[in-house]
Design a binder for this molecule. Structure first.
Ligand code: DMJ
Length: 602
């Protein structure tokens, strides 16, 4: 049975005795929330919601000219270089810059994390020479054979993801490429190296990974089996990319096994909680929502479905989405509910949830995405940033969660929604974000996380996602013809040739951003797995031919043993289509593969 959260919420609010300083419309909504149930509100308040949406749209009606957008792009570049140069001057080779003390610290490992995370942003901003310099610097300096306990999740999304996208963009950067690229290359080998260090975490009875692994010694015997949902379900993009580029299926297999195991743990009403014991499969934190601890799990089901054209992943997401819409969504906000009962446990919006409108726009749910974005944008306008937690009924920040560590999510959604609608409201959010960050967070050597959006106190930290994501999405928002927006028909250089014999047409199917904004190219995955498959088929054809040749010279074939496994078809088994039946590659490309392989093998 659905229940109102009002009475529970009021008790919590009374206990907290917070001073409410929300602007008028938030107080208005807060008053409504405190006197009616959310179910009631969703039926009774369309007028005020429409008024709010109208007010926000009206405020954002400004149109940006191309000249203004170009000027804003320059400002974003200056922001990037202020942060990036400060990191290089004061913090490299540490993981992160400390922008208040102008020095560095290791945080998620000890692998110059900010430089790895920022590498592809250099190319996004058009700086090929620095991209090339840093790509080779990282090859010379970064070593994953280190006695460090690292987060499996963070290492995957930032390090493996960052190296994979840099590898895939190396052609556009004009770097010298080895002949097998994009199916081989030094940055790909680094990514594979880092990912192999994570594999021991997946050796569990369920296939769901531990949260932390020692890069040298594997999982500690004392490691906790409790990890967050996103820590189990955020691997398929990077691991499938690795598998399909290198031909080693191990990575994709472990990521899929973890996803399938997690899927089986959903509650009877179709929701997952926040933290799970990966050995016993028991849910330790049973709050279901779309934010912290869960967010990128849903993101990877959708993006994995798109990148891999995978219906299993899409169906998983669609089933979750039905439960999410049914139990957690109220007036286009998303709350936290108990995963078994569906009752509201936390009526808060978390800044990490702001990726959701972008994800919805990828699925084509534009109306709902636009409305949710407007809700979140209203919070941004209230504070000049998104607080980590925002109490929806109170219309204000939540105690000890008032910070804004320069996260990207709302800007990310703005980028997708601008791409989908062309509405300049989203550019206005981008400009607001640029100006807020410049005004609140800039220090003489970088940009600092905002500790408290109420008084603009700062923290001595600049997370690597500021350069990897926040600035990248901001720039891409103001550069609608950038090649990363893909499509294959618009903009200059939206696709390129690559691979042995130039048979890969890259970038033509658009790019999929991993959860750290590292773009991955589905065309490269397709091309390299075709390449592996073609090689296998050709090997089989050659074996078959030579076998046939020998057989025809020796008529006593009854005396021979059975045909080798690779040639013999088992009962009911179908032979994969021969190489020359491939409908996708142009005929000339197919011939060039044949030529390549025959000459290699003779
Ligand atoms: C990033 O590391 C990723 O976007 C992750 O999915 C969530 N947290 C940060 C950015 O806020």
């Amino acid at each position: 049975m659905r229940t109102s959260f009002t009475s529970r919420f009021l008790t919590a609010a009374q206990q907290r005795q917070e001073v409410i300083r929300a602007p008028v419309f938030h107080s208005f909504i807060g008053a409504l929330f405190s006197s009616v149930s959310l179910r009631g509100l969703s039926m009774r308040a369309p007028g005020c919601v429409a008024l709010l949406v109208w007010l926000l749209n009206d405020a954002a009606a400004r149109q940006f000219t191309e000249e203004e957008m170009s000027g804003i792009r320059q400002r974003i570049k200056s922001m990037f270089y202020h942060a990036y140069n400060s990191y290089l001057d004061n913090a490299f080779p540490y993981d992160e810059l400390r922008p208040l003390t102008c020095d560095g610290q290791d945080t998620w490992g000890s692998f110059s994390l900010t430089l790895i995370d920022a590498l592809d942003t250099l190319l996004v901003l058009g700086n090929r020479t620095e991209f090339e310099r840093v790509a080779s610097l990282l090859q010379d300096t970064v070593d994953f054979d280190i006695d460090v306990n690292a987060s499996v999740f963070e290492t995957n999304i930032r390090v493996v993801g960052g190296l994979l996208s840099a590898h895939l963009l190396a052609g556009r950067a004009g770097m010298e490429l080895e002949s097998g690229w994009p199916c081989s290359g030094p940055l790909l080998r680094m990514a594979e190296d880092a990912a192999r260090k994570l594999l021991p975490a997946f050796q569990t009875p369920t296939g769901m990974p531990y949260g932390t692994v020692n890069l040298l010694h594997g999982v500690s015997p004392t490691e906790t089996p409790v990890t967050c949902t996103a820590g189990v379900g955020t691997f398929i993009l990077e691991f499938a990319t690795l598998s399909r580029l290198t031909g080693d299926a191990t990575f994709e297999n472990v990521a899929r096994r973890a996803l399938r195991a997690l899927w089986k743990t959903r509650s009877d009403i179709g929701l997952v909680g926040n933290h799970i014991d990966i050995v016993s499969k028991k849910w330790v934190a049973q709050d279901a929502g779309i934010g912290a601890g869960v967010d990128s799990y849903f993101e990877y089901l959708v993006k994995g479905a798109i990148m891999l054209q995978d219906e299993e992943l899409l169906n998983m997401f669609l089933e979750y989405d039905r439960a999410i819409q049914n139990y957690t969504r109220f007036d286009d906000w998303y709350l936290w509910v108990h995963m078994h009962k569906g009752t509201v446990s936390m009526p808060v919006f978390q800044s990490l949830e702001a990726f959701w409108p972008g994800l919805q726009s990828l699925l084509g749910n534009l109306d709902s995405a636009v409305r949710t974005f407007q809700n979140y944008y209203s919070v941004w306008r209230q504070f000049g940033g998104l607080p980590e937690f925002y109490s929806i009924p109170q219309g204000y920040t939540v105690d000890k969660r008032e910070g804004y560590p320069l996260r990207p999510e709302l800007i990310e959604s703005a980028m997708y929604l601008f791409r989908a609608t062309g509405d300049h409201t989203y550019l206005q959010l981008g400009l607001d974000a640029l100006e807020s960050i410049e005004r609140i967070a800039k220090t003489p050597c970088g940009y600092a996380s905002v500790k408290d959006l109420r008084d603009h106190q700062l923290d001595n930290r600049m997370e690597s996602f500021f350069l990897a994501e926040t600035i990248k999405y901001l720039y891409l928002l103001f550069d609608p013809t950038h090649f990363l927006h893909g499509g294959g028909t618009e903009g200059d250089g939206s696709w390129e040739e690559g691979g042995e014999g130039g048979q890969c047409v890259l970038g033509a199917g658009g790019f999929i951003f991993n959860t750290e904004a590292h773009p991955l190219d589905p065309a490269a995955l397709y091309c390299c797995s075709r390449h592996t498959q073609d090689r296998r088929e050709l090997r089989d054809i050659l074996i078959n031919l030579s076998q046939h040749d020998r057989q025809s010279k020796q008529p006593t074939k009854e005396t021979e043993g059975p045909a080798p496994e690779s040639i013999a078809l088992k009962p009911g088994e179908k032979k994969t289509p021969p190489l020359l039946s491939c409908p996708v590659q142009p005929f000339s490309a197919r011939l060039s593969i044949l030529g390549q392989v025959f000459s290699d093998n003779t």
